[in-house]
Design a protein around this ligand. Structure first.
Ligand code: ZN
Ligand code: ZN
Ligand code: ZN
Length: 256
């Protein structure tokens, strides 16, 4: 299994428009973060997690992936803002895409992407089906078993996913005990860490380190960083041995 981080930034991306802080003006490309999204390659299939507003740019930058299924964590714009751009893939593959999401995410997309769901839509819409998933009930995405996990994002329950030896959790501010249990000892944990300061709807880096210790994965990669994470080169020094801050374009091997 392989995970390819297409984007590792928080909702604003980094640099933040107009900001002149040391992180936003860094020349280290690891400090340039598109909105959070990843591709998982497993059992010969390619699964995309989230379709943020940078999706088009990410797909042009990545090698030529054939996406077999799409998982959504929640309906916030930084995770779904690029769905209209799956049109490019509809054209090149001549097929619809299967999206998997919570019912709350589907309900929200039916409002924000209302034109896709109309009885007689404009012909140039993105073509996809949304399959509703439920916490802790495994489902097959393109033949790959995936388990949706409950994740708390501020006051909102959203989805994380376990795919074999990988757990992928973004936008968490707390995790129910069942979720910790469901991912304890995975090979690779991907977990959000916003930065050095506490925030009502996202784990800070110190909080994420603590959660990662409880999970005890062989390796942990932090995602969804804001410019308050500081420079990658500095933040990395604060991390325990098995933990790293992911950056855009990073590809990591996950062991079975
Ligand atoms: Zn987010
Ligand atoms: Zn900044
Ligand atoms: Zn969010």
């Amino acid at each position: 299994m392989k995970i390819h981080f297409l984007g590792t930034g928080t909702s604003t991306g980094v640099p933040v428009i107009g900001c002149t802080c040391p992180t936003c003006t860094s020349t280290d490309m690891r400090d340039h973060r598109l909105r959070t999204s990843a591709i998982v390659e497993y059992q010969g299939k390619t699964i995309l997690i989230d379709v943020g507003p940078d999706f088009r740019q990410q797909m042009l930058r990545a090698r030529n992936y054939e996406i077999d299924a799409i998982l959504l964590t929640h309906h916030h714009y930084d995770h779904v803002g690029g769905i209209d751009d799956i049109r490019g893939l509809n054209y090149s593959t001549r097929r619809r895409f299967e999206i998997y999401a919570l019912s709350s995410t589907r309900a929200s997309l039916q409002k924000s992407l209302y034109y896709v769901f109309e009885a007689h839509p404009y012909p140039g819409i993105p073509r996809f089906d949304i399959n509703v998933v439920e916490y802790n009930i495994p489902f097959m995405a393109a033949g790959v078993e995936v388990v949706p996990l409950e994740v708390i994002h501020g006051a909102m329950p959203i989805a994380g996913y376990r795919i074999g030896p990988l757990a992928y959790i973004t936008d968490a501010s707390s995790l129910p005990e069942e979720t910790i249990e469901a991912i304890r000892g995975v090979d690779t944990l991907v977990l959000n860490a916003l930065g050095m300061f506490e925030h009502p709807s996202h784990f800070s880096l110190p909080q994420s380190i603590e959660v990662a210790r409880q999970v005890g994965a062989r390796q942990t990669y932090f995602i969804h960083a804001s410019h308050h994470m500081g420079l990658q080169s500095e933040a990395e020094k604060m991390l325990p041995e098995s933990m790293n801050i992911a950056y855009d374009g990073l590809e990591v091997e996950v062991r079975e």
